[in-house]
Design a protein around this ligand. Sequence first.
Ligand code: GLU
Length: 546
Amino acid sequence: MDLNKLAEVLIPDENVKPLSYYEERYPERTLEKGAEVTRLAPSPTGFMHIGNLYVALANERIAHQSGGAFYLRIEDTDEKRKVEGAVEVIHSSLKYFGVEFDEGADLCGEYGPYYQRQRAEVYHAYAKELIRKGLAYPCFCGEEDLEKIRQHQTENKLLPGYYGEFARCRNLSEEEIYENLKAGKPYVIRLRSQGDVEKKHTFRDAIKGEITVTENNQDVVILKSDGIPTYHFAHAIDDHFMRTTLVIRGEEWLSSLPIHIELFGVLGFKLPRYGHNCSIQKMDGEVRRKLSKRKDPEASLTFYREQGYHKKAVKTYMLTLLNSNFEEWQMKNPTAAIEDFKYSIGKMGKSGALFDIVKLNDISKSVFATLSEREAYEFLKAWAEEYGNETQKGYYKDEEYACKVLALCMGVGGKKRRKDFYCAAQATEFISYFFDESFAPTYEYRFDRATVKSILQAFKQQYSYADDMQTWFEKVKAVATAHGFTTDMKAYKADPTAYAGSVADVAEILRIATTGLANTPDLWTIMQILGEERTLARLEKAIDSL
Ligand code: GLU
């Protein structure tokens, strides 16, 4: 059979150049010893899963720590999954968490184009080469033919797929091929696998360690009927010509590894190292399952921005999931930047990483507790501008007022920082009682209306903004005593029935009246921040409601 001619007929692409051209066009990178070239290769679906950040962070850390390069390749061979603006979403959502590429789609770089759709000529050049060598062939089987093969294999309990005796188009004669072509039958190009499933090899995965790999014997499709490559073929060509040294990808690709090993082999390319990382899982009741795009809002990267998680918190949490020794390192180096952590691929989890939002929230609380009121202000303001409603945007207009509120609520300057805030949405809700626009209390007191009213009236009469904390408290005590509430906490504890209540109860009544809440930071300071006018107005409003 004239295989040269067949290659020309099957893949008539005028742009294809001699293979030596591509080796020269995409030369080996000049790298220091040990430097790794890694990549992220997402499909442009417009959806960024937390798993994308997870794998991106691992790739980015390894490349940058080793003095290598980290690039973005867009795997857009599936037209149906493509969404307008998706690449922008990939860049912006990762950049927010401090993950940036050195080269790749929509950036500069010598190894592009970085969109697979723009690389047809390279795939075609190598598919032709495989045809010329008899290592690939056209397959005219339609869906129906494949279904028949599948059925037969199921009925006879045989391994599924297009291989060996089931690879019907493998041995078509030259005549049959040209007849099919003449009849206008669509065709795909398949690899003529040389593998043997009886043969097993030991393979060293950079994450999973030593694993056993069975040789591939499937005549997998390398070019689809429209000339677009499959993932397998594009992966081999692109990672070779973009000179990737380490492929870190999801473990769902582990089962395809034998195909990739064979493809690199028949193409004459050096196999990169691989690390298959585990998926992110969560506990759903008793069941451990993958974080699902459909069921779990926290699966989406957008969730963290909409909720206003601090990027450092998310990044820190990702690192605790990614490297088993990260937490220990952080405990030993509490003030070090997380970028200083020596990331190690060998410390990545071999089985599923368990995502726990409670733990993320705890980390987030600690991160908030390291911010000054000004830093918190800038962060919350930026969040409100983007995701808050009109009222919430208003909270951050008066910087001085907002900073005072934040300093109090976060315990800035106090002996112990409070750890109440974990994300901007929650923090903004937390401070909402300081703002009249959203102050809508339901006033739930533990005492009868008449007592509450009388206490509020008495306090309002005596209240002066100029009072220092001590004088203010003396007045609260006086109101308490006048209403049969004791100021002697010990005596009250010994015999609570002897009194109407204690001074703490009076303070609670004042607190509810002023803030709508039974628990808040220091009430005197709250009144100082609110200012005289607002404090009096709130007391009045509370009295009116009784
Ligand atoms: N496009 C593939 C995916 O999104 C890339 C896998 C890889 O990193 O090679 O799963």
